[in-house]
Design a protein. Structure first.
Length: 432
């Protein structure tokens, strides 16, 4: 035993001498090199393996700050901007209130959207999501803040009243032997599809007469998720999908190469005139479903007026499904298919949350998917600089070449009804 212990100590002393000798030989350049190698390894890992995530908060983009505080500039624009004669602010339809991965089993979250205060929770029985009014009908506590999930029920954190997630009925009051029949909370129709938790909103509280279609590749897992981008738009919700029918704006605003940036003061610089995006397309109502509008586009890159090889060719199909969902399909002749699921959620009358989630086939590597997402985000941010400052024109000067805009507004009007909420109060500041 002593012999073994002695040999072990000798080996440790030898190892210490080797380590000391190694450290003595290290120079500052060796340390810097090691740090650089580690940093590059982490960066490469992020590019190759981690999903893309870009979140632009209110006021981050779309405003000219000139060194001033972003919040102050955004509030100043919000105060003085004319909203115009806007349509109802909350159309009828399906809206994504959370992405599926944002709500774990047994978790509850509070969401304010569509003029409603909501508690969204995922049950522990069948892993289903449920949506109820946030405020407890007992004494008004916010169930979305501190509420406890009990099976497929939600328990108020104030007095422990427990409500069924499916029908809203109160099933338990800890300090009462009898639960009144009238004790209940409002529930909202919801479903989970394409990695989104969707809520049905209707001003007349009618049941849904259409449902968002499932994307087969997302449902069966054959398409790979690559991340998401999130932007906040200070405009009426209809301004966003209307871009899909505004083909003239594509030829002007989105023609400059993406490297020209998002700041419209510099986007049209002569430095980038030699390379342009070329768009050709049309917009129409789907013949099979009146709730779907379809924009088809052919995209290519032109350099010095000549089309670039097949690598930059894309066939684009954007299906606008109701007022708040778009399935943006991209077809590349070599790389194959990909799809962006775009959702718009009204956070307020003139405040929209715009999210793009990216899925592709296995043939598209993650770095290429990230380039697609970055390019789409930059083009969206060009629109943001328009949306954040523009006034809604209820009677615009439309040319015959822009007839699709008239068709789009006529099509979109089906999502408004008699009791759809109108914009009546002007909000002076942004929520931060």
């Amino acid at each position: 035993m002593l012999y073994y212990f002695g040999n072990t100590m000798d080996r440790l002393q030898i190892n210490d001498k080797i380590m000391s000798s190694f450290l003595d030989k290290l120079t500052i350049y060796d340390i810097i090199l090691c740090i650089l190698v580690i940093a590059i390894t982490i960066y490469v890992h992020r590019i190759l393996f981690r999903p893309y995530q870009l979140v632009r908060n209110v006021g981050d983009v779309g405003y000219i700050t000139d060194g001033r505080n972003k919040k102050e500039v955004a509030n100043e624009i919000r105060k003085r901007r004319r909203a115009g004669d806007v349509p109802p602010v909350y159309p009828n339809g399906w809206f994504s209130v959370l992405r599926s991965w944002e709500l774990k089993q047994g978790e509850v979250k509070y969401v304010s959207a569509l003029g409603q205060e909501l508690a969204i929770f995922r049950g522990t029985v069948d892993n289903k999501p449920f949506i109820v009014d946030a405020y407890c009908p007992h004494l008004g506590a916010n169930i979305g803040v501190g509420g406890q999930v009990k099976g497929d029920c939600i328990q108020c954190p104030f007095h422990g009243w427990t409500f069924n997630g499916s029908d809203g009925k109160c099933i338990d009051i800890p300090y009462s032997s009898k639960v009144p029949e009238f004790a209940s909370i409002r529930t909202w129709r919801c479903l989970e599809v394409n990695g989104e938790i969707m809520l049905w909103f209707h001003a007349e509280e009618e049941e849904p007469d259409w449902f968002p279609p499932e994307v087969e590749g997302i449902k069966n897992g054959t398409m790979i998720y690559h991340g998401y981008t999130e932007h906040h738009v200070n405009a009426h919700i209809e301004e966003i999908p209307e871009n899909g029918a505004d083909l003239a704006h594509l030829h002007h605003l989105h023609s400059p190469f993406v490297a020209a940036g998002r700041d419209l003061r510099f986007t049209f610089s002569w430095l980038w005139k030699w390379v342009q995006h070329d768009w050709h397309g049309e917009w129409s109502v789907s013949p099979s479903d009146k709730h779907i509008g379809v924009m088809t586009l052919d995209h290519s890159l032109t350099i010095f007026g000549k089309k670039f090889p097949v690598l930059t060719t894309l066939a684009v199909e954007a299906c606008q499904i109701g007022p708040g969902i778009v399935h943006l399909r991209l077809r590349h002749p070599i790389l194959g298919d990909s799809i962006m699921v775009q959702t718009v959620l009204p956070m307020g009358p003139l405040h929209q949350k715009l999210v793009h989630s990216m899925f592709t086939t296995w043939r598209i590597p993650r770095p290429i998917a990230k380039i697609f997402m970055w390019s789409e985000a930059l083009q969206v941010e060009r629109d943001l600089m328009i949306w954040n400052h523009k006034m809604y024109q209820s009677k615009p000067m439309i040319l015959k070449e822009e007839s699709t805009l008239v068709k789009h507004r006529r099509w979109y009007s089906q999502f408004y009804s008699e009791n759809s909420p109108r914009y009546s109060t002007r909000k002076e500041t942004l929520d931060w």
